[in-house]
Design a protein around this ligand. Structure first.
Ligand code: NAP
Length: 308
């Protein structure tokens, strides 16, 4: 595919930005890719491994002359960055973000955007528990959803061009209202992460089971919680601070269901437990049929080592 943007500025050079850089380079989607990260270490690494053609010490310098700016920093850092770049954006440029929460980003970034700049909030539903400039890979977005939550008066041409870019990186695109996005994501991502953090925290506090036992026998289920609970602490702190209402709503529902299951176990209500687990199994089948996971046994990890 031919170049869709002449100069792309990636602000923040972690997992999502580096995956975008790899994917854009592989497909030749951008004339030039430049970037900014707050630490010299990340900037040096990004240059060294060829993620970007140039790095800048400030976000303001990085966005100059860019026709696409992608904000790839934690949600809590968006406000300051948007304020810093506002007067340096090129007329007609598109500014998008990849933040996991949309209402808070719109409130933080929107007011800083000058007339003539197209601000189109976005969120790729793709990630791993890794972070930093070395963690990205070109296929991260393949067959994953990339949601856009356009605000009022979004320029349709700018939106189409941006969708074409992320589709060329392998993603499927969809549009959603920002508040609905935040509710959906609290169900499919944010609350599950909180539950994983909690389960790993419980194991950490339990004194009757040793640390060695938890690690040694983890392949029975616990290990899958630990993968999620290893996700970046700053990113997830910001997600919960900025998607507070939806998370508390879903967490309240989760707690009610948990009490219901707890009661069924106490009362020996096997029928209730069996019916419940039958319904949840159907959701897993739906995810596989939608191509959002494989049905390889043990998540495709292969047989565990003898004493792992
Ligand atoms: P990451 O790997 O941790 O990278 C974050 C980048 O932002 C780093 O380059 C960091 O710079 C920079 N940064 C952090 N705080 C900053 C600040 N206050 N000012 C300037 N730069 C700052 O993060 P990521 O996983 O790519 O996540 C980036 C965004 O994508 C977040 O908004 C997150 O919600 C969203 N997202 C993440 C995932 C996921 O699974 N990881 C999935 C979808 C969307 P230094 O390296 O110099 O510290």
């Amino acid at each position: 595919m031919s170049q869709l943007y002449q100069r792309v500025a990636l602000i923040g050079l972690g997992l999502i930005a580096s995956s975008m850089a790899h994917a854009m380079r592989e497909k030749g989607l951008a004339g030039e890719i430049v970037g900014h990260a707050r630490s010299a270490e990340t900037r040096d690494t990004a240059l060294e491994i060829g993620l970007v053609d140039a790095v800048y010490e400030t976000a303001a310098e990085a966005v100059a002359g860019a026709d696409l700016v992608v904000l790839c920093v934690p949600v809590g850092a968006m406000d300051k960055i948007a304020e810093e770049i506002a007067t340096h954006l090129a007329p007609g440029a598109t500014v998008t973000d990849v933040g996991s929460v949309k209402r808070a980003v719109i409130d933080a970034v929107g007011p800083h955007m000058p007339d003539g700049v197209h601000f189109i909030p976005g969120h790729p539903l793709a990630g791993t528990e890794q972070s930093g400039p070395r963690s990205g890979f070109a296929t991260l977005f393949a067959n994953r959803w990339w949601l856009f939550t356009p605000i009022e008066d979004t320029d349709s041409e700018a939106l189409t061009r941006l969708k074409t870019l992320v589709e060329a990186m392998g993603a499927n695109t969809d549009e959603m209202a920002p508040d609905h996005h935040d509710l959906v994501l609290s169900v499919v991502s944010h609350t599950p992460h909180l539950i994983a953090y909690t389960m790993v925290g419980v194991a950490d506090h339990l004194r009757r089971v040793t640390h060695e036992e938890v690690i040694k026998y983890s392949a029975t289920g616990f290990r899958d919680f630990t993968r999620i609970a290893a996700s970046d602490p700053t990113m997830w702190r910001d997600v919960f601070l900025t998607n507070k209402e939806a998370t508390l709503d879903i967490l309240g529902r989760f707690t009610e269901e948990l009490f219901m299951l707890q009661r069924a176990i106490r009362m020996g209500d096997g029928d209730m437990l069996h019916d419940y687990f039958t319904r949840t199994r159907a959701i897993r089948r739906g995810i596989i049929e939608a191509g959002q996971d494989t049905d390889a046994p043990d998540f495709g990890r292969g047989a565990p080592k003898k004493d792992a």
